[in-house]
Design a binder for this molecule. Structure first.
Ligand code: NAP
Length: 259
């Protein structure tokens, strides 16, 4: 399928690894020039080189923490008016409801709610003037089905989801769509660190922890970044202009709900 976005431009946040990288690769495959960012320079530059070499698009790496104002300014100065924006950042640490203080919530809100909102506010006016834009936010299945140990994530992502629900309807008439992708378990570094938490808590091996978690998924396995990226590229495509304000689960059936 021709996604109809060859020659367009995109910012993909937090994209040196994992799901962000999957989105960047799929957009590059569709012919989109990219700005990608992450905090660690080595993996980011390597990812940028690999994607540019494989797909023949321009990939500009920007070392920046997207949860900070300076980080966002650096990313936006490399591409002030992208056609496409994919919002992403690392997820908050697990814990217990009784552990978290105001400062912990502020950090989670900064990374997983206020950073994507600030990025959207920065790029929306130019997208609306052009009459075309695509925004995808990477959130979590925890928006639909809370994961108790990820209370910081449950809270921050629910706030972002509410904002997108309203804002997507305010901008849709200008040809701009905003949607959220809700990952369930995917085989990334984040999944490995959560596997480690289960292994340590239960005194079992990493393989046992992974098998135990995979067994909770009807598909019987973790998702891949390639599968995730393909959905992202479709949502950012010319074909997806009528998909507005949706929350799309990619979870192998893990959330047990009819719709
Ligand atoms: P990952 O494999 O750990 O990759 C995270 C990427 O984001 C890395 O490139 C990392 O690079 C970058 N990053 C993290 N914090 C950043 C920041 N503040 N500013 C800029 N770049 C940042 O994680 P993932 O599995 O792809 O997860 C992506 C998001 O999806 C997270 O919010 C996660 O909680 C959520 N999620 C993941 C899963 C899953 O199973 N994988 C499930 C549900 C939700 P640097 O460290 O160099 O900055």
């Amino acid at each position: 399928m021709d996604l109809g976005i060859k020659g367009k431009t995109a910012i993909v946040c937090a994209a040196s690894k994992g799901l962000g990288r999957g989105c960047a690769e799929a957009l590059a495959e569709a012919g989109v020039d990219l700005v990608i960012n992450a905090r660690s320079v080595g993996p980011l530059e390597e990812t940028a080189r690999e994607i540019a070499a494989q797909y023949g698009v321009k990939v500009t790496p920007v070392v920046a923490d997207i949860s900070t104002e300076e980080g966002r300014a650096a990313v936006l100065s490399a591409m002030p008016s992208p056609d496409i924006l994919v919002n992403n950042a690392g997820g908050p640490p697990p814990g217990m409801w009784s552990d978290w203080e105001r400062e912990d919530f502020i950090k989670a809100l900064d990374a997983n709610m206020l950073a994507p909102i600030a990025m959207m506010k920065a790029v929306l006016p130019a997208m609306m003037d052009k009459g075309w834009g695509r925004i995808v936010n990477i959130t979590s299945q925890s928006v639909k089905s809370p994961i108790a140990v990820l209370g910081l994530s449950n809270s921050a992502r629910a706030g972002l989801t509410g904002y997108v629900g309203g804002t997507s309807r305010q901008v849709a008439g200008s040809g701009v769509t905003i949607n959220n992708m809700l990952p369930g378990l995917h085989a990334t570094d984040r999944a490995v660190s959560l596997d480690r938490g289960v292994a340590d808590a239960q005194g079992i091996s990493m393989d046992e922890a992974k098998a135990q978690r995979a067994a909770t998924i009807p598909a019987g396995r973790y998702g891949t970044r390639e599968e995730f990226g393909a959905m992202c590229a479709f949502l950012c495509s010319e074909k997806a202009g009528y998909i507005v304000g949706q929350n799309i689960l990619l979870d192998g059936g893990a959330v047990n709900a009819t719709f």
